[in-house]
Design a binder for this molecule. Sequence first.
Ligand SMILES: [Zn+2]
Length: 86
Amino acid sequence: MISRKCVGCGEIKNREDMIKITKEHSTNSLVINGNPKVFGRSAYLCYNNTCIENAFKKNKLQKILKTPVSADVKGLLINELRNNQN
Ligand SMILES: [Zn+2]
C-alpha cells in the first residue's frame, strides 16, 4: 500500500482513496486524478468537502504545488468528489 498525506487534514491514507492533484511537469497545468503517465509535483486530498476547503485556506495547496491554484480548481475538485460518491 502506498500512503500519502492529505493537504487538508494531515491524515495519512491509502493513495487509492485520495484525490490526486498534479502540476504537470511539461505544461505546468494542474491535472486532477490524472493517469500515471502524468508526471509532476503532486498533492493529495481526502474525498471530502472539509479537506478541499482546508487545502484552499492559507493557500496550502498553492504552497505545496508551488504554483498558483485558482478558485476554478476548487470547483473541479468538488466535481471530482461528487462523481466519486455516485
Ligand atoms: Zn483529509
